[in-house]
Design a protein around this ligand. Sequence first.
Ligand code: DC
Length: 216
Amino acid sequence: MNYIIAIDGPSGSGKSTIAEKISDILGIEYLNTGSMYRAVTKYFLDRNINEKNVELIEKSLNDIEIKIVDGEVFLNGKNVSNEIRGDLVTKNVSWVSANQKVREKLVSLQRDIAKDTSFVLDGRDIGTVVFPDAKYKFFLTASPRVRAIRRLEQNESSLSVDELEESIIARDKYDSSRKTSPLKRAEDAILIDNSDMTIDETLEAIISKVDTSYAI
Ligand code: DC
């Protein structure tokens, strides 16, 4: 029987690391939905389209093709997996992901990708909007400081830990207060604050709630 595991939470809460491991352990597919918003952001940045170009944003959406193959992200046929992790994309992804039309396109793509087989998806609105009926829902979080340190350790940024913490707090505020699909815990999602937990402990907290008889 197919089932969905939804893992939501702010950046640096360990969602993608955990989701990838869950996918390995349970033998199910994994989709990192943040990478899709990042790829769309790259498309706009490459064309100097900014948040004020509302019409152009909506018109361009038909020209954007995103594919995920073995975890690699392809934007109109080009592998952009590394480029979408940089500071410029990170700085701009919030306004892109606040756009209703962008969200409609990506939510529909996510539902389509995960429609026929078991999936673990991580993002901000998986348990609330994309798959509100997901069998399992988790909301991961950690303090902004801990999340900034994690980002630094992943070598994903050239910013200092203080700058990173500040940008994380700003992005959380933006993501949680936006009108369209704000970052919030689904009422039936299990909350895990992993500020003082290792990856394995977080993984265990999740796996212990999942019926592993589904695992291959
Ligand atoms: O998980 P991430 O940091 O790579 O996500 C990048 C951005 O995309 C983040 O600022 C919020 C947005 N996002 C979203 O709005 N909805 C999702 N399902 C996933 C990500």
